[in-house]
Design a protein around this ligand. Sequence first.
Ligand code: SF4
Ligand code: SF4
Length: 192
Amino acid sequence: MTGYLLMIEVDFEKYGLSHLAGKEIQNWDDSDIDKLIAAFVAENIAPAIPGISFTPQKIGYLLALSHCRRCGKCCLPNPNDPGHPEIIVSEEDLRRIAKHTRRSYTKLRRKARMNTDPTLPHMRHIPLPCMFYSKGDCQIYTVRPKVCSNYPIRPLSGEVGITVDVRCDYGVDIYKTILDYLRRGSEGWLFR
Ligand code: SF4
Ligand code: SF4
């Protein structure tokens, strides 16, 4: 599983990582991992880690490994990923935000686009740049949508696993810690 999860869509040769092909992760050094993360960023890939289930306990544990720098990258369109300029919000998110900001829930709901994905019923989209991003910060940080409070971790589409956005230092910290667990062979309960 380890080889699969680290080789996703990255051309090792292109990024000077050919020596890692077929090499056990226990033998990777820190500079290899820095280069790999740089390659993910350059290719606009949020690396996938199959096997870690997206449960509140595990995600909460991983998020607590570091902290959000509130850099706003996840609140603005990603110039390298023009296909996903929005965040998903639930009705519960919208109600919480409306209450906190004393806005009309109905008006807020109208501003959030209808979702057309049948696999995500009862969800809406807020286009990016996010309407709540202002003065270089999230103005509703304590009541932000669930998808934002889970960021930079997202569920892996179509199978059990997660992706970690390594465009921000928060994601880099989390991803490196997971790799460290794998390198030491101490990933244990995370993958159960
Ligand atoms: S989750 Fe990452 S990208 Fe989003 S604001 Fe925090 S540090 Fe920045
Ligand atoms: S709700 Fe806040 S954290 Fe989420 S995208 Fe908008 S500004 Fe960013």
